[in-house]
Each structure stands twice: as C-alpha cells, then as structure tokens.
Design a binder for this molecule. Sequence first.
Ligand code: MD3
Ligand code: FE
Length: 205
Amino acid sequence: MISGDLFAASDLPSCLQIKPDVFLLQGFAVAQAEILLTHIRQIAAQSPFRNMQTPGGFYMSAAITNCGEFGWLSDQHGYRYSAIDPQRQQGWPPMPQCFYRLADHAARLAGFAQFHPDVCLINRYETGAKMGLHQDKDELDFSQPIVSVSLGRSALFQSIPLAHGDVIVWGGTARRHYHGVVKLTSADHPLTGDYRFNLTFRRAR
Ligand code: MD3
Ligand code: FE
C-alpha cells in the first residue's frame, strides 16, 4: 500500500473547468478572506465605494471602487479605465501584494501563466443589487484573462453559484462572453453582513 504522499491529489486546489476557458476554483480564497476584507476596508477609506452613473443616465446598483495602477469607471460619457479616481482627484490606492499574488496564483492554476493585472475592480452588492448582462471589453489585451474573487453572501451568476471564497478565471474563447445577472441568494454572511464583494483582476493597458 502506498501512503503518506507528500502532495496527495486531494490537497491540491481544485480547478474545475465549468465551460470552455472558464475555470472555477471553489473556496480558493477562503483562508485569506479576512485579510482581503481588511484591505477592502482600507482601500474604501481612501477611495470610497460609490454608485456610478451609466451613459444612459441611470446609476449602477452595485457600488464600486478600485485599486491598482488604473481603475474602471463609468459616467455620462461612457465606460473606461483611468489612472485617476475622479472623486479623489488622485490615483487609486495601490494594489496590495496579497491581491496580486492571489490573482496570479489562480490564473496560473487555470493555465494562464503570464497574467499581470494592473486593476482590481471591487464591486459591492447589497440586497436588490445586480449586474446586467455585459461584456468586459474596455481592456486592451484580450489574451489576458480576468480573475474574479467572491466574498461574503453568495450570488447566482447566470447558472453559476458563486460562494464566499470562490474564484473564477476566464480567458481565451470565453474572454468576450456576456455574463451578469447577480442575484444574492443567501442570508447574511458572518464576515460581511448583508454585503457581497467581488474583486475582478484585469489587465487594462
Ligand atoms: C465571464 N463582476 O465586474 S464576474 C464585473 O460578481 C463582473 O461582480 C462579477 O462581471 C461580479 O465586470 C464577477 C463572474 C463571471 C462568472 C462567469 C463567467 C464572469 C464570467 C463566465 C464567462 C465569462
Ligand atoms: Fe464583467
């Protein structure tokens, strides 16, 4: 009998392909969740969550902020990345090293070895907030994947349930796929109350 493998298969993080070029790493960020949430709090203390106006004149129901070299934003003129937080009139807070490392590690496990995110968009949902069907297409280089980290209350993203600590990586043929319609499905979460947070790591430039 062979026993005591140093790295039994069950110890490796699971990376499930749920569609072509879409990978789910269930619970991958659970162990770091409290540190991630502490950083989110510190980032929001500098660049607060805000409900951005859309080009159509409505407001997004998810509140957002960013960290990194650039931030994604929306206003009456359209969607774009900017090095300046318009509310603060200075750069976005820097991306914490543990954010970058988490995104890089998840991308590598999904087969994207050269991911260099320069943006972390942070979405905050409360009851009733959702995100309509959309493509992420404001980035320059579509060979770079996107890595998403869910924290707090669970949500249903199309048919994909996203729970606390789940990480999704998508790229390649899935990079331009439409996605959206978040419905908060669970009760409050002990670490985030009635909020759900989602981090998306992107390479904007
Ligand atoms: C893409 N955020 O910020 S992506 C966004 O929950 C955004 O806040 C989502 O979309 C959120 O632009 C997380 C989740 C996702 C799931 C499955 C996909 C994106 C996907 C399948 C194919 C392509
Ligand atoms: Fe998106």
